[in-house]
Write a protein that binds this ligand. Structure first.
Ligand SMILES: C[C@@](CO)(OP(=O)(O)O)[C@H](O)COP(=O)(O)OP(=O)(O)OC[C@H]1O[C@@H](n2ccc(N)nc2=O)[C@H](O)[C@@H]1O
Ligand SMILES: Nc1ncnc2c1ncn2[C@@H]1O[C@H](COP(=O)(O)OP(=O)(O)O)[C@@H](O)[C@H]1O
Length: 284
């Protein structure tokens, strides 16, 4: 285990955006095969770890609506401990800044940061491949956060190929509603037979989200927010929503749109990142 100095600074758990999302089909287990592009944004939950004298894994603060045994941070720490066979513990504090269930992957990112940070702090040395495999047991979006590189994703999002993208400033808006990922993937009207495309097709502008029609039909709040954001740029849905976003060339342009946003939307401005703040923290 690393000495106490290494445990002092918090670890970032960034948000992700799906710059496009295609639903290609359904697997026998009911999960949908996707094509997607993940990019990180530098807007993060902050997680602080401390060694636990009794070797237990504990959260200092609870997440509203999430039972401790369901908490992805606790589950990630337990999985890492069981897999590595180490006997160390941790007290974990999460400063939650990302909206939950908004398509920004905050829970998955928290889990990935816990795996990467504790592998370092406990000195279990499982390495990125094994941590990504463990992450997939916790959620389809966890591996991309473990690897920390913007990526073209296939399968359920775990087959990843790093991709270099422009890094614009994003305005991200959360309409005042909750979207259930399971309900969107279960909706009989969902387009689930899109033909596959190539990275080149995406870079040439095929960058839609197959969930958008169903999400806006079920949630007029998302449709209204899209309508508003279209006045400022190309509005897109991330994942199954509810969050939407638009890219801007400069921080000033993104901030101007932010300042004009109707008060019912919680919103933030942050730059896109092809290397995640977690990777920068680990290597920096
Ligand atoms: C759609 C994406 C795109 O990045 O993002 P989010 O909007 O959740 O952030 C993810 O693939 C979300 O993956 P994951 O995080 O595992 O989804 P969960 O919330 O666990 O999935 C809830 C339910 O949605 C369905 N589901 C999910 C993913 C998938 N590829 N096919 C599915 O059919 C399953 O019924 C699953 O039980
Ligand atoms: N540490 C965590 N942070 C956020 N959500 C969590 C966490 N642990 C479990 N969850 C559960 O995961 C769900 C999905 O959260 P999140 O990853 O933020 O959204 P999304 O999958 O839409 O991007 C939450 O609604 C919550 O029930």
């Amino acid at each position: 285990m690393r000495d106490i100095d290494a445990w002092q600074q918090p670890w970032p758990a960034p948000a992700k955006l799906n710059l496009m999302l295609r639903v290609l089909g359904r697997r026998p287990d009911g999960y949908h095969r996707l094509q997607t592009v993940f990019q990180f944004v530098d807007h993060c939950d902050l997680i602080t770890f401390a060694p636990h004298a009794d070797g237990l894994i504990e959260r200092t603060n609870e997440l509203p609506g999430v039972a401790p045994e369901q908490d992805l941070v606790v589950r990630a720490a337990q999985l890492l401990r069981a897999t590595s066979g180490c006997r160390h513990g941790a007290t974990i504090d999460v400063d939650k800044r990302l909206p939950m269930g908004g398509g920004l992957g905050g829970g998955s990112s928290d889990a990935a940061t816990t795996l990467v940070a504790l592998d370092h702090l406990w000195d279990t040395r499982l390495g990125t491949e094994t941590l990504a495999e463990l992450g997939l047991q916790l959620g389809a979006d966890v591996p991309v956060f473990v690897r920390g590189l913007a990526a073209w994703g296939e399968g359920v999002g775990e087959e990843l190929e790093p991709i270099e993208l422009p890094e614009p400033w994003y305005l991200v808006l959360k309409p005042p509603c909750e979207v259930s990922t399971a309900a969107i993937f279960g909706d009989e009207d969902l387009t689930r037979n899109s033909p596959p495309i190539t990275i080149r097709d995406f870079l040439s502008g095929e960058a839609g989200n197959d969930c958008l029609t169903v999400v806006t039909r079920r949630h007029p709040e998302v449709a209204a927010a899209m309508e508003w954001l279209r006045g400022w740029g190309e509005a897109k849905l991330t994942g199954t929503g509810a969050c939407i976003f638009a890219a801007f060339a400069t921080q000033g342009q993104a901030e101007a749109a932010h300042a004009a946003a109707p008060p019912q939307y919680s919103a933030f401005v942050a730059p896109g990142r092809n290397r995640s703040p977690l990777l920068e923290r680990l290597n920096g």
